[in-house]
Write a protein that binds this ligand. Structure first.
Ligand SMILES: [Zn+2]
Ligand SMILES: [Zn+2]
Ligand SMILES: [Zn+2]
Length: 505
């Protein structure tokens, strides 16, 4: 018997105790001993692979990621059929922010796991979760790192197949501080607010405008106006196609969407339907201008949102059942196809893109978009900071006069009420959507515009002190409701049972 297993086992003992430097020293000695013996058979290679794999994780523990990666790759070289070294390499790649190569290594790990082996189950779960994590990081990291001023206090981690992703505090955060603020992937002013406020707000960021607004280029018939050139150009990607009377666009002045808008008036879901309309507009624009190859790529930012229970699995959607709703949006879908789809197709010689358009205007895709919006969208409210007077009817109990006859002459009396002027919309916010639910949330949400940035956003503030490493949680429903009411809302709208402390009491 050689000394090698002893050196490895001894290394493992120090590893377990957390003395990684000592473990590294022993693993290195063990490796040298095998190499010095000049044996190159399968047995010695397997041993070398095992011990280098342990060396890799020891380096990882003391954050020497480059060395961790190099030793993991060495371990794979010694025994390409072993699963674990791929996991080590994947983890090191993640730590070095190389998510693409991490993904590849996790896939190879899963491929190499011997599923007949009972002990491999844990490894498989670990590798599958790590793979999801790599996919997610590849997508979210550029967003987080792209705007450090917005997101440098948070990180996103993949938890497991049930909870998927979650948002964590990277640093300690004190009560009242802003944790992060999120910009929307897409945002839609509500139908009601548009009617009331189109003259005094920016159609894109819904900020109240004090100065002269910048009008949409097609000012005849189009009520869109902006607070800045930035807002105007940002809105172009979705507005250019839905803008009425836009002779330059692919849409005629007799826009079918205007007909549909009249149809959906007072339908509770109309704002969410309009948000889907904007999304379809945005996707078709990206497809048409060849900025994306397919619908999913064009969806980009939101394809990683939690799907939750899609509409087909839901018993209700804003009080309407699925069939009613499908009936309701079926005409919109054909109108949209007429407006965007057909005319866009004329510009396309590419069969693949034609297929993408078919998909874009299919009930399935539309259901998917609506499900995603229903599950992830958030209402936004922007206050003007100004008080306004509104007339509200006075409710009286005095319904009868004289001989018990109803009076038709009595006009309903009104009274004036002072309220703060505000308008609201619905938006999809990619980082905000990563937050999980708790009935005892540690944050509160507002839409105030900070730092003079003119865009509607979700501003997330700490409701209590949040230690570094804690999950950031907000309430998907009004947390002051009764246990039963919360349970009903969470199950019917989001499809889960809450297990927070408040609910399990
Ligand atoms: Zn604006
Ligand atoms: Zn316009
Ligand atoms: Zn709860």
């Amino acid at each position: 018997m050689t000394n090698t297993p002893n050196l490895k086992d001894l290394g493992n003992q120090f590893y377990t105790k957390g003395d990684y430097d000592k473990a590294i020293e022993l693993y290195k000695q063990g490796i040298q001993e095998i190499l010095d013996s000049n044996k190159t058979n399968e047995e010695s290679n397997n041993q070398l692979s095992l011990i280098t794999s342990n060396l890799s994780i020891s380096y990882y523990q003391i954050k020497r990621y480059q060395e961790s990666l190099e030793t993991a790759l060495k371990s794979i070289e010694y025994n390409p059929k072993s699963a674990k070294p791929y996991l080590r390499a994947g983890d090191a790649y993640i730590a070095l922010s190389n998510f693409k190569d991490a993904k590849e290594k996790y896939l190879l790990c899963i491929k190499n796991i011997n599923t007949n082996d009972e002990t491999a189950k844990n490894l498989l779960t670990q590798a599958s979760n790590s793979l999801q994590n790599a996919k997610m990081k590849q997508f979210y990291q550029p967003i987080l790192e792209g705007s450090p001023s917005l997101y440098n206090r948070v990180e996103i981690k993949y938890l497991d197949g049930i909870r998927e992703k979650a948002l964590f505090a990277k640093v300690p955060i004190e009560k009242g501080e802003i944790i992060f603020s999120d910009l929307p992937f897409i945002h839609q002013l509500s139908v009601d607010s548009f009617k009331l406020h189109h003259n005094d707000i920016c159609s894109h960021c819904i900020k109240f405008i004090d100065t002269a607004p910048i009008k949409c280029d097609n000012s005849i018939g189009c009520k869109y106006q902006y607070c800045s050139e930035n807002c105007k150009s940002d809105s172009f990607i979705y507005h250019s196609q839905s803008c009425m009377n836009n002779s330059d666009s692919l849409v005629s002045s007799n826009h079918p969407i205007s007909k549909y808008r009249a149809m959906v008036e007072n339908v509770p879901t109309s704002t969410q339907l309009l948000l889907v309309e904007s999304l379809i507009s945005k996707i078709s624009y990206l497809l048409k201008t060849k900025q994306a190859k397919n619908c999913n790529l064009a969806l980009g930012t939101i394809t990683h949102l939690k799907r939750g229970p899609l509409m087909a699995q839901q018993s209700s959607f804003n009080g309407k059942n699925l069939e009613d709703l499908q009936k309701q949006y079926q005409p919109l879908l054909s109108l949209l196809e007429e407006a965007y789809g057909l005319k866009l197709k004329e510009h396309l010689d590419d069969q693949l893109l034609k297929n993408e358009f078919k998909k874009l205007f299919s009930v399935d895709f539309y259901d998917n978009l609506l499900g995603m919006i229903n599950f992830n969208s958030t209402s936004t409210v922007i206050k003007s900071g100004k008080k306004i007077q509104i007339e509200v009817p006075v409710v009286t109990n005095n319904k009868t006069t004289g001989k018990g006859k109803k009076s038709n002459n009595n006009q309903p009396k009104t009274t004036t009420k002072i309220i703060e002027n505000s308008c609201w919309g619905v938006g999809l916010f990619p980082i905000f959507s990563c937050m999980n639910h708790s009935c005892i949330p540690n944050v509160e949400i507002s839409n105030e515009i900070v730092d003079g940035v003119t865009s509607v956003r979700m501003v997330v503030k700490a409701k209590k002190n949040i230690p570094a490493g804690s999950e950031i949680l907000h309430s998907y429903c009004d947390e002051t409701l009764s246990n039963k009411e919360r349970k009903d809302i969470l199950f019917s709208q989001y499809g889960f049972k809450c297990t927070c402390n408040k609910c399990s009491k």
